[in-house]
Design a protein around this ligand. Structure first.
Ligand SMILES: [Zn+2]
Length: 134
């Protein structure tokens, strides 16, 4: 299981064990990392100590359930769909990011390469959010 595409989407990622990381939870306002991520070989597990569900975190990352499994198939027990609240939280986060960068541009500010890369991800997530059936 390649955990790195998941870690790439998270902020303040810190490795705590060879197969475990902590990061800021994307599903709630998180200033210090409260999301635990573990690579179990055949799947990636995530736990938010702030109380977010897996589905809320997954939706905030703009990812599908099957992307957390090595064989690309989520077990049948995985909850289908996404809560509307999780989808809204994820959408607002990405829209605000795009809005802030648009405001910077309108003031003639230079946009850092890392911010441009993050903006591309935000745009992809916004498009993807429309495809998700809550
Ligand atoms: Zn959380």
């Amino acid at each position: 299981m390649n955990v790195y595409p998941i870690l790439d989407r998270l902020e303040k990622v810190r490795q705590v064990k060879p197969d475990a990381w902590v990061a800021c939870c994307p599903a709630h306002e998180d200033r210090s990392p409260s999301l635990a991520i573990a690579d179990k070989g055949d799947r990636v597990l995530m736990h938010c100590y702030g109380g977010c569900t897996f589905d809320e975190i997954r939706a905030a990352l703009g990812m599908q359930s099957h992307e957390f499994f090595a064989d690309g198939k989520a077990p049948k027990s995985a909850a289908p769909g996404v809560s509307l609240r999780a989808l809204n939280t994820a959408l607002v986060r990405e829209l605000v990011l795009c809005w802030v960068l648009a405001a910077d541009r309108s003031k003639g500010r230079q946009i850092a390469p890392a911010d441009l890369a993050r903006e591309r991800i935000a745009r992809q997530r916004i498009v993807k959010a429309w495809e998700v059936q809550p």
